[in-house]
Design a binder for this molecule. Structure first.
Ligand code: ATP
Length: 300
């Protein structure tokens, strides 16, 4: 095979509960990931060495050196297979960069699947999951897709059944937010409030809403413990959230560490109308309509 193309989705966290700061600097999380139909495409072509190039709207914000997660993924896979392999990776980027939608993790997962195929390794998904967990805490979910509960740092995953399709609008902000800075701000706000931080708990009513496909119930239960920190760093996001709520969103929240904001819609038409309203806001760079859950990376 001389070339493999894989399409890989973005995610939104429908629940992101952040436990107290651990001694090792991480937090225990309860994370309900949901893959949505905003896709990057990762192409892997035969080559002597591992290289990457990026095309698309967000391309100028993506590193092309060893900092690129797709390169790191291809290298880790070659190391796991115990051989020197090459691949020319070409990423067509549609997932906003540093937007809280796990675009880098998606590209890493896409590179694992594409190179596994290109190099004829035939490794099972369990092996790819192990490599993914070392690359970053969102990469295992990006490999899995669908809807799943993550615990630990987010890397211990179990499938969450869903009863139907949910429709979303995503408001993409100007500029990005660093995930590390948002966690640091979350810790700072918690320390200055002095309140005890509870152990993160999975919301059973949120799982029930997902299982029964009840968008109204899901909208009422969306939650993100990083939202206060993201709003503290980017107060303009409040206007975006308010505008989506006023336009009839069933629920609104910051996606992951932000600054992308996610809005749950009643159906596909409503999602498109929400996206049109949000696109016109001065606080938004653009907005996208999408649906979920969608499967993880697949060769196309
Ligand atoms: P998450 O939701 O997992 O916290 P994010 O969506 O906020 O992540 P990413 O788009 O994954 O953020 O990008 C975070 C940083 O990772 C970027 O600023 C960029 O420098 C770096 N990066 C490395 N590889 C990639 C890639 N393939 N695509 C996008 N960003 C990448």
């Amino acid at each position: 095979m001389s070339s493999v193309t894989v399409r890989v989705p973005a995610k939104v966290n429908v629940q992101l509960s952040v436990g107290p700061l651990r001694e090792d600097g991480y937090h225990d999380l309860v994370n309900v990931f949901h893959a949505v139909s905003v896709f990057d495409e990762v192409v892997a072509k035969e080559s002597d060495s591992i290289t990457v190039s990026v095309a698309g709207e967000w391309a100028d914000q993506v590193p092309l050196d060893d900092g690129n997660l797709a390169i790191q993924a291809a290298r880790a896979l070659a190391k796991h297979a115990g051989r020197t392999y090459g691949a020319e990776l070409i990423i067509h980027k549609s997932i906003p960069v540093a937007g809280g939608m796990a675009g880098g993790s998606a590209d890493a997962a896409g590179a694992l699947v594409a190179c596994n195929e290109l190099w004829g390794l035939g490794l099972p998904v369990e092996d790819l999951m192990e490599i993914a967990a070392d690359l970053g805490s969102d990469v295992p979910f990006s490999l899995l897709g669908g809807t799943a509960v993550g615990t630990g740092r987010g890397e211990r995953l179990s499938d969450a059944p869903t009863g139907g399709e949910f429709h979303w609008a995503f408001a993409v902000a100007h500029g990005g937010l660093s995930t590390a800075k948002v966690y640091a701000e979350c810790d700072r706000l918690r320390e200055s409030s002095g309140a005890e931080v509870p152990w993160p708990q999975l919301s059973e009513s949120l799982l029930a809403a997902l299982r029964t496909g009840d968008a109204e119930a899901l909208g009422a239960r969306l939650g993100n413990d990083l939202q206060a920190a993201a709003l503290s760093l980017r107060p303009d996001l409040s206007q975006t959230l308010d505008a989506g709520r006023e336009a009839g969103a069933l629920g609104a929240l910051v996606s992951g560490s932000g600054p992308t904001c996610a809005f749950l819609a009643t159906d596909a038409d409503h999602a498109q109308r929400l996206a049109d309203t949000l696109t016109a806001l001065p606080t938004c760079r653009t907005a996208l309509a999408a649906h979920g859950p969608v499967p993880g990376p697949r060769p196309v």
